[in-house]
Structure formats: structure tokens, C-alpha cells
Design a protein around this ligand. Structure first.
Ligand code: GKR
Ligand code: MG
Length: 422
């Protein structure tokens, strides 16, 4: 069976004004939706970043995939690689908070988006859930965590109604946000995105969460925005509270020093985003938990290999997320369901997204989990009207590459990105 058509559609999805170390989210997040159509009319789906460099590579590659077998993922790799030099030369996003946008991860990001669509098409052709191509499910549901953000009520330049969560700029509002999210989705662990306000106030928010949700696992992630000294002070204040401490301080060396001083398990999606960094991290014992992400680690099978490597070196494994829709969520879920070594609830931004392009709307999260179904492939179908609507939103919107710093400067013209800020 041969591939007869490949479509890549950029879309813009509404995104709330979530605050982070770089600044604030723009009113729209960009995604690329991939469709790989086989000669029998079946369509495999993929989803990835919609930032210009990745989109460019996807668009340049897609024509060369026509005529390939959807089972030929090595052929896919060769074709992505063949287009990469032109795109990389044109520059990259290099937004550290979105590791898939790093120039060095571009090929893996584009390959991954197509690989998911190839695997989805393979599985649909065989009439089996995608997870079976990954060796079968070791669990029938995948746990996700409540991903809390400091945020403003609405964007300065929003073209749509504010999200249902409201403002969150202090510990009480963070607890309220957690309650709202947990009531709706049943999450059993909580991650607080930090690096925004005074670190001691952010630690107070964790303590308030601990008091309000004593049975929940807690994590905090300031995206490397704290010096080593600040990270040590926060560690002391949060002694005994954290499941893991995510990217408190910059660099592998900084993380290694922090781990030596505190003994705390450190997690990352920032200082280890490729195999060379993983090797160095193991040498230094810099991080103890890796936040994998198939979008930039080179796809579902490469992430399975990453999981085995983590297991070999005694590292824990969890999963990172950027703003995404349901195709990505289902790819994450099929992958996570196939990995014995997954030791923690995965991150997902999904509750923050009000748009969806799937028939039936949003993928349900119940009891904090996404459940696998018996449907073939990823188990989801495209709603073409919604896809067209969000593609129009992309055509209309001014954003072509995520830039949280520039968005913050709309609120505060004097804002500069400083790292570490505290
Ligand atoms: O979307 O603001 C955000 C997050 O900070 C994101 O950019 C990070 O990549 O979720 C991420 C993380 O865990 O670091
Ligand atoms: Mg992180």
C-alpha cells in the first residue's frame, strides 16, 4: 500500500494568558496537523508545533512522501533529512521553553509528526489500535497531572471571551485553579508552573496546595529561572513536599550541584533535550527524572528507546507538554500506555485548550486519565469543518513563531528576558 497524498495544515488555537519564565502566552498557539492518505483512502493523523521553521520543514518534505509505503519509516527519515539543511540554514525559533523549537531538534520534530501519522495509518490499515504497533498496552489508561499556571484574566489583545479559570496571581487563586481543574478532570497529581513571581511566594503556593490537597503528588517548575542559591532556599522551604523538583536552575552543572546539595530528585525538559545531553547528564548525575516528549525526541519509537535508556541508567521517566490538541494527546497516551518504565503522571496543557479539531470534540479526561479504546490507530477522526476554521484563524493571526517575551512586552514595554531572574 502506497501513500497517495500528504497534507500539512497550520492552525491557530486559542491560548489563555499563561505566565512563565519568558513572559506570557500569546492569544493563539500554533500547531501543524498532518494527514497521510493511503491508496485505500485511510488517513493517518499527526500533530506538532506550528512555528515557522518546523512548518517549513514539514511543507518541504510532504511531497517527497507520496509513493512511499506508510510502513517505511526509514524512508521517511531519509526524506526529512534530505530537506533539513535548507530549513536549518534559514534559522530557528530557539525558544528554550518549547524544546521542540530548538534548531537542533528540528529534524526530530518534523520526523516525529510524520512518524505518528505513518503509524496511525499502519494501524488503521491493520484495524488495530496504534499501541499494538508499539508492543501492546501495559496499561489501559494513562494518568496526567493538573498543570497549574499563574495567569492573568485575559490577554491585552484577545479577540475572544476569557477562559473559565480567571486570574491566578497568588496562592489562594492557585488553589482555586487546582480545585476547578481537579473537580473537572479528577487529576491526582499537581504541577505548578513557577519562575514568575517571588520564589518564596511561589513556594507558599505549593504549601497552600499541600494543605488543600494532602494526598496529591506535587511538582514545581520555574523553567530554570532560579539561581542555585534561590533553588536551595526553595528546596529547604518545600522539604518533604515535592514528588520531584523540575528545572529549578540552569545548566547540567547547576542541576548536578543542586542534586548533590539536596539529594532531591530533579526532573528536566530543558537541560536534557537530546542524546548528547543525556549522556552528559548521566556522567554528572545532573537529573534523575527525564521528561520525555515524542514531539522532539524523534517520535514514538525513539521515545520508547529513550525510556529503555532511562531504565538502564536508573533514571525515572515522565512526560513534558506544550500547548496541544487531541491528536497529540492520543499519541502521548498510546506511547505512555506502551512504556513499562513510565514512573509518573504525564504533563498536559490540554485542559487549557478550548479548541478541538476532532469529531465529537475534546478527548475525555476522567479520574485524571485518558483511556485507550479499541478503535483503530489513534482512535480519533478529524472534523474537517473545525480544521478549516482553525486554519482560517491561523491565516488571520499575526503570530508565525511563538514569542512569549514579545507578548509580555505588550503588557509591560520594559520587560526583558533574564535568566535566571531570581
Ligand atoms: O507553556 O508556558 C509554557 C510552559 O512553560 C512550556 O513552554 C514548557 O515547555 O510546559 C513546559 C515545561 O514543562 O517546561
Ligand atoms: Mg518543564
Amino acid at each position: 500500500m502506497k501513500i497517495v497524498a500528504v497534507r500539512v495544515t497550520p492552525i491557530a488555537i486559542k491560548d489563555p494568558p499563561l505566565l512563565n519564565a519568558a513572559g506570557v502566552h500569546e492569544p493563539f498557539g500554533l500547531r501543524s496537523i498532518i494527514e497521510v492518505e493511503g491508496a485505500d483512502g485511510q488517513i493517518g493523523l499527526g500533530e506538532t508545533y506550528g512555528d515557522a521553521p518546523v512548518l517549513d520543514l514539514l511543507l518541504k518534505t510532504r511531497g517527497s512522501l507520496v509513493g512511499l509505503s506508510p510502513f517505511d519509516v526509514n524512508g521517511l527519515w531519509a526524506r526529512v533529512l534530505a530537506q533539513a539543511p535548507a530549513v536549518q540554514a534559514a534559522g530557528s525559533v530557539e525558544m528554550e521553553l518549547a524544546p521542540g523549537s530548538l534548531g537542533s531538534n528540528l529534524v526530530n520534530s518534523a520526523f516525529s509528526a510524520f512518524e505518528v501519522a505513518f503509524l496511525d495509518l499502519q494501524a488503521r490499515t491493520l484495524g488495530i489500535p496504534l499501541v499494538e504497533l508499539l508492543g501492546g498496552a501495559v496499561r489501559d489508561k494513562v494518568a496526567y497531572s493538573a498543570y497549574l499556571f499563574y495567569k492573568w484574566d485575559a490577554s491585552v489583545d484577545s479577540e475572544y471571551a476569557p477562559d473559565p479559570y480567571g486570574e491566578a496571581v497568588n496562592p489562594q487563586q492557585i488553589v482555586q485553579q487546582a480545585r476547578q481543574m481537579i473537580d473537572q478532570y479528577g487529576f491526582e497529581s499537581i504541577k505548578l508552573k513557577a519562575g514568575v513571581f517571588d520564589p518564596m511566594e511561589e513556594a507558599d503556593a505549593v504549601l497552600a496546595l499541600k494543605a488543600a490537597f494532602p494526598k496529591h503528588q506535587l511538582r514545581i517548575d520555574p523553567n530554570s529561572n532560579w539561581s542555585l542559591a534561590t533553588s536551595l532556599r526553595v528546596a529547604e522551604k518545600l522539604a518533604g513536599c515535592l514528588e520531584y523538583y523540575e528545572d529549578p536552575t540552569p545548566t547540567l552543572e547547576g542541576m548536578a550541584q543542586l542534586h548533590r546539595a539536596t539529594g532531591l530528585p530533579l526532573a528536566t525538559n530543558m537541560v536534557v533535550t537530546n542524546w548528547a545531553e543525556l549522556r552528559r547528564s548521566v556522567e554528572l548525575n545532573a537529573v534523575q527524572i527525564l521528561l520525555s516528549d515524542h514531539h522532539y525526541w524523534g517520535g514514538l519509537r525513539a521515545t520508547q528507546a529513550l525510556a529503555r535508556t532511562c531504565s538502564t541508567f536508573g533514571l525515572g521517566l515522565s512526560m513534558h507538554s506544550n500547548s496541544h490538541l487531541g491528536i497529540s494527546l492520543m499519541a502521548m497516551t498510546h506511547l505512555a500506555a506502551s512504556v513499562h518504565h513510565l514512573s509518573y503522571a504525564c504533563d498536559t496543557h490540554y485542559p487549557w485548550q478550548s479548541d478541538e479539531i476532532l469529531v465529537g470534540g475534546k478527548v475525555p479526561i476522567t479520574g485524571g486519565c485518558v483511556h485507550l479504546t479499541d478503535k483503530p490507530g489513534l482512535g480519533v477522526e478529524l472534523d474537517r469543518d473545525k480544521l478549516a476554521e482553525l486554519n482560517e484563524a491561523y491565516q488571520r493571526c499575526r503570530i508565525r513563531t511563538r514569542n512569549d517575551v514579545a507578548q509580555m512586552q505588550r503588557f509591560r514595554p520594559d520587560w526583558q528576558q533574564v535568566k535566571p531572574r531570581f
